[in-house]
Design a protein around this ligand. Structure first.
Ligand code: FES
Ligand SMILES: [Fe+2]
Length: 425
């Protein structure tokens, strides 16, 4: 496709339906967006000791994040230098050497080939054990921002901090909320295989218009449960009921758009709690940061933030969402919970309750989103209408933050999409 043909797919607030359905466009997205941008790989707490590893994928390539002997985190292509088999098949673990399950070639923690069986069989062949071409290649760039590990297949481009830009604020806030100033991944993840293009998911992240409609059933259920005479205060009920905030409230929620397609949205859920453990948490945070700074960190209530194209965080409730496109109409979303080091158990219980209430594939909230995404995907499968609309809020002053009723953040994602796809990024 020529750059002109690509640019013609996205007009002012209008997107050609093929952007969500054409496998050739999807293949181009993987090479031009996911293979160029910084992609979230994992959290450094998943690999605390040398030899600890975690597997995932970057731009459709299987990768291993592994702690090397010198303490550095490497991200290696999970591909054997012999015949190309995936070397590490476990999701996570620890190993002195990585051994390919096919013919037993072994690799060191930096990806270098360590040994091959029947080595003398290669005499006279040109095979050289020290040639990096026989190893597990390192990804071109790896960087760790406050525990969040990103990698890029591209050797050039902005460094990670420049790429994140103001979106860094949400990652900072997440870390600063921990009394000990550090986070760790807690347990495994929710993993949903969604029958929708990856962008349909991103276009929902700050969408305050869908919430009272799509989530009507769970809002009503939470309201009637809360109204029962024997009802007790429930964090999970409050979390679900918040989707019922009216358009006026949603219109007051600020949505900020940043370069490279990133964005964030200020919070609409109450994040404090009337509980002695919450008071103890505030006290320990204040002991580290001082009262004033601790109050600032807690008042910085961000509902969620998008690091385009692969990562979203909920700072106040310590959730991560990882976007892993599989094909044009299938996307894996993983939801991870973090534990704030030094925080009382109540805080982590709320993190888990939030994940169960909102992010679990079995939650009464998420199932309705999944249904909506799939209906969009199905609706776009055929020729008409040719365009999707993301025009709401077009008259807004670009110098002023948008609201959760505007689709400006979607247009901001497509500005980045165009830059990557048509070559400017
Ligand atoms: S493919 Fe890995 S050892 Fe043969
Ligand atoms: Fe939703």
């Amino acid at each position: 496709m020529t750059p002109e043909a690509i640019r013609a797919l996205v007009g002012a607030g209008r997107i050609d339906r093929r952007v969500y359905t054409d496998p050739a466009i999807f293949a181009l997205e993987i090479e031009r967006i996911f293979a160029r941008a910084w992609i979230y790989v994992g959290h450094d707490s998943q690999v605390p000791r040398p030899g600890d590893f975690f597997t995932t994928s970057v731009a459709a390539r299987p990768v291993v994040m592994i702690r090397d002997d010198d303490g550095a985190i490497r991200v290696l292509r999970n591909r054997c230098g012999h015949r190309g088999a995936m070397v590490v098949t476990q999701r996570s673990g620890s190993a002195r050497l990585l051994r390919c399950p096919y013919h037993g070639w072994t690799f060191r923690r930096d990806g270098a080939l360590d040994a091959v069986p029947l080595a003398d069989g290669y005499d006279g062949s040109g095979f050289d054990r020290c040639n990096p071409a026989y190893g597990m290649p390192k990804l071109a760039r790896v960087a760790n921002y406050r525990g969040f590990v990103f990698a890029s297949l591209a050797a050039d481009g902005p460094d990670l901090e420049t790429f994140l830009g103001p979106a860094r604020g949400s990652l900072d806030n997440m870390v600063e909320r921990a009394p000990d100033g550090a986070l760790e991944i807690a347990g495994g993840c929710f993993r949903a295989v969604q029958r929708n293009n990856w962008k349909i998911y991103l276009e929902n992240l700050h969408d305050g218009v869908h919430a009272p409609v799509v989530h009507q059933a769970s809002i009503e259920a939470s309201r009637s449960a809360a109204a029962r005479p024997d009802a007790r205060p429930s964090f999970a009920l409050d979390v679900v009921a918040a989707n019922g905030a009216g358009y006026r409230t949603m219109g007051q929620l600020q949505v900020n758009c940043y370069p490279h397609g990133h964005s964030d949205m200020r919070g609409f859920r109450r994040t404090d709690a009337d509980d002695p453990q919450f008071a103890a948490y505030v006290a320990s945070l204040s002991a580290r940061l001082g009262r004033e700074r601790a109050a600032e960190v807690l008042a910085d209530n961000r509902h969620n933030a998008m690091v385009y194209p692969s990562f979203s965080v909920h700072p106040a409730f310590q959730q991560l969402r990882v976007i892993i496109p599989q094909c044009v109409e299938r996307t894996v979303i993983e939801v991870w919970c973090l534990r704030m080091k030094g925080a009382p158990p109540l805080l982590h219980r709320r993190t888990i309750a939030f994940a169960n209430a909102v992010h679990s594939p079995a939650s009464i909230v998420k199932v309705d989103d999944l249904e909506a995404y799939e209906r969009v995907q199905n609706g776009l499968a055929h020729d008409a209408p040719a365009w999707v609309s993301a025009e709401r809020g077009a008259a807004g002053d670009p110098a002023v933050a948008a609201s959760a009723l505007d689709e400006r953040f979607i247009r901001n994602q497509y500005a980045a999409w165009n830059d990557y796809m048509a070559g400017a990024a």
